[in-house]
Ligand binder design. Structure first.
Ligand code: NAD
Length: 425
């Protein structure tokens, strides 16, 4: 039970060195010397780098990095690094990819690398006129945006288009300007936010209104990554499996309760590659879920059909704002190695690989759900996790996990008993 004696008001906490912060937290939370040493061991992310990536750093959080094998995308073979704490995620991708490898694997494409920055204008009496007045300034907007980021312009990116909408809201009409910017190999948040901040005062000037928010939209629907794949019915266990998967997809597309879990499975794959490459998982997740609800009904991000030949055709279309520069991509040493393993030459290529992984993940989840159920595949790894929770170490982990699987019940109390039995032998 927490008492009120301890205070979270630690003045100047952000100015302390990492080890001093650990001491302060240890005092607050009663951390042992071993626990403090554990925090200070930041593994393969140097603590001074961690301290620059985010604020108030006291350690790092290690997440396993696995490799998805069997991936054949656009005629090439890929090893795909995935960072996830969840068991079965990497295996699911490997299995799905194995089952379509001989049929050519995945085909991917991308709609472009355009990001949207929004500028909110309020307090105009004539919003429709204001909209037109802003649109008249397109050339000026283009110049101002491009002046903000000459590097991006030199790389072939920069301002592409201007869109303005009048939005009806609870506080009256708002005039919303969209700057459409090609951010090339950057995710682009900082790039477009800078542009929005530069343009906003001019919009106030041109319209007499007041500009408030200036920020990118994570609904990156001008940056859609697409993947498609055909699994031959004979390679996936026959027509009943295929039809079960189609029915599972129809369930997800019709029911938001199911679609949330269906899409979460897709994001198991997507977010793992996004994280492994130092990209922003929340940005991609926000975009994906907003896109899944774009028609006013939250549905499936994937589509599943039967081809004229009777095979299973899966496709995925999802906003994919990822970069090879910016954020942690170039700074985090593990992300750099992950990008080298992938060998992608552009942010677009990375986005396309990630879409293929999302589709593969969904294939495996649907297949498991439509056949043996999700727990069978999860069981072995889940049993190991429970064995470790019970205190098993080294070879004990497999022994205890095996005992749980044989008993057909993966429970902590049974794991503790199995561990006791093993140790008292
Ligand atoms: P950034 O500003 O660090 O890097 C982008 C810049 O790098 C470009 O503006 C360009 O000048 C330069 N550049 C060099 N080589 C380039 C190339 N080949 N292609 C494109 N640009 C190149 O990063 P960013 O991508 O603008 O922003 C990403 C970061 O912003 C992430 O860390 C993200 O978490 C964070 N962020 C996200 C949100 C959000 O998603 N809502 C909001 C704010 C910040």
């Amino acid at each position: 039970m927490k008492t009120n004696i301890r205070s979270s008001r630690i003045g100047g906490f952000h100015k302390l060195a990492v080890d001093q912060r650990v001491k302060a937290v240890a005092e607050f939370a009663g951390l042992s010397l071993d626990e403090q040493a554990h925090l200070l061991n930041t593994g393969n992310l140097p603590s001074d780098m961690a301290d620059h990536l985010i604020e108030n750093v006291v350690g790092t959080m290690n997440i396993p990095l696995g490799i998805a094998t069997n991936m054949r995308i656009d005629g090439l073979d890929w090893l795909v690094p995935m960072a996830s704490e969840e068991s079965s995620v990497v295996a699911a991708v490997c299995n799905a990819a194995r089952q379509c490898y001989d049929n050519g694997g995945f085909v991917t494409s991308m709609s472009g690398t355009l990001m949207i920055a929004q500028i909110q204008l309020v307090g105009v009496r004539d919003p429709e006129h204001a909209r037109i007045r802003i649109l008249e300034r397109k050339a000026e907007v283009e110049n101002l945006c491009n002046e903000c980021d000459p590097i991006l312009v030199n790389l072939g990116g920069g301002f592409r288009d201007l869109e303005v909408r009048v939005l009806k809201t609870q506080s009256g009409p708002m005039v919303i300007t969209h700057l459409i910017v090609d951010t090339r190999d950057a995710m682009g948040a900082n790039a477009v936010n800078t542009m929005a901040e530069a343009i906003a005062p001019r919009i106030s000037e041109w319209t007499g209104g007041q500009t408030n928010l200036r920020i990118l939209s994570n609904l990156a629907d001008r940056r859609l990554a697409r993947a498609r794949c055909i699994w031959r019915t004979q390679d996936i266990g026959g027509e009943s499996v295929r039809d079960g998967m189609i029915s599972a997809y129809h369930f997800a597309d019709a029911d938001p309760y199911r679609a949330a879990t269906h899409n979460k499975g897709i994001m198991n794959g997507i977010s793992a590659v996004v994280l492994a490459t130092g990209n922003d998982t929340r940005a991609v997740e926000a975009g994906a879920h907003a896109y899944a609800a774009r028609k006013g009904h939250y549905g499936s991000l994937t589509r599943w059909e039967v081809t004229a030949e009777g095979d299973l055709a899966g496709s995925l279309e999802v906003p994919m704002a990822v970069g090879l520069v910016g954020g942690a991509t170039k700074l985090h040493p593990t992300a750099r190695i992950a990008l080298k393993i992938l060998g992608v030459a552009s942010a677009e290529q990375l986005a396309r690989v990630i879409a293929a992984v999302g589709l593969a993940q969904n294939f495996s989840a649907l297949k498991a759900l439509a056949t043996t159920g999700i727990q069978k595949g999860h069981m072995a790894l889940h049993a190991q996790n429970i064995a470790m929770m019970a205190g098993a170490v080294g070879e004990e982990i497999d022994h205890v996990a095996q005992a749980l699987i044989q008993a057909g019940k993966v429970r902590l109390d049974l794991a503790e008993k199995a561990l006791n039995d093993l140790r008292s032998r």
